[in-house]
Ligand binder design. Structure first.
Ligand SMILES: [Zn+2]
Ligand SMILES: [Zn+2]
Length: 237
């Protein structure tokens, strides 16, 4: 299955716009997160030749601006889009989706939203001492299961353990997105890599809020199986 990276702080070349936030398009029709700047997002969408009207649903990982800012402009272009959110997102977020005539779906448990693509539903997390519920995307293909994360405020290992137990998995094909480890030291990050290996994660792509040290450590440990996530890239999972 094809995953196109549409928003991140690194790009494959300078024609793309980079910035704080994350967004990717899965299998041409499911958009996961919408980045932190609509102009940049639309520039990248245009260069990649993506037709916004082909998007059938948008999954928002969590209620942080760098994942939601593009959403409002997309909703102005395409009415009646299904927006998968978590029940404990802010009322402001929910009201805005409804005002722009999006169909708000509040997901409290895992569900297959289209063939082979699942949301985890809400997993409770914390950001700067405050509650920050979040969901991840799970993709099942002939290669195995992959998990795409927004910021991983519930903790990347916690998320993977939940996915592993829900789907009774022995291994993951790939895990990429924000792991939120930028404030962790090398020892903590090494321990996370050990847990990834114990959970048989074949390919890993920490990016966004994962931090530079995390990317370097994962790159060293995963070698050819490290995914360098950049805008403009098309991953096959
Ligand atoms: Zn973020
Ligand atoms: Zn966040």
């Amino acid at each position: 299955m094809k995953v196109e990276i549409l928003f991140n702080d690194q790009a494959i070349n300078s024609t793309f716009s980079d910035g704080c936030g994350f967004s990717c398009l899965v299998n041409n029709h499911i958009l996961f997160d919408t980045g932190g700047n609509p102009e940049s997002l639309f520039n990248n969408i245009k260069i990649m030749g993506i037709n916004i009207t082909g998007i059938e649903a948008i999954v928002i990982s969590h209620d942080h601006w760098d994942h939601t800012e593009g959403l409002w402009e997309i909703l102005k272009i395409k009415k009646g889009l299904k927006i998968y959110a978590c029940p404990h997102f802010s009322q402001k977020f929910k009201d805005k989706v409804k005002a722009l005539r999006g169909i708000l779906i509040e997901q409290d448990k895992p569900e297959e939203i289209t063939r082979g693509i699942f949301v985890t539903g809400e997993i409770s997390g914390v950001y700067k001492g405050e509650s920050m519920p979040e969901q991840s995307l799970v993709v099942r293909t002939e290669r195995g299961f992959s998990v795409i994360t927004g910021c991983s405020h519930p903790g990347i290992i916690n998320i993977l353990e939940k996915v592993k137990s829900f789907f009774s998995l022995q291994e993951f094909y790939s895990v990429f997105g924000g792991f939120h480890l930028h404030d962790k030291n090398e020892n903590d990050i090494n321990n996370i890599v050990v847990k990834f290996k114990e959970m048989n994660v074949e390919k890993a792509g920490p990016t966004h809020c994962s931090g530079k040290t995390t990317e370097e450590i994962f790159a060293k440990k995963y070698m050819n199986n490290f995914i360098s996530v950049r805008v403009g890239q098309i991953l096959n999972i």
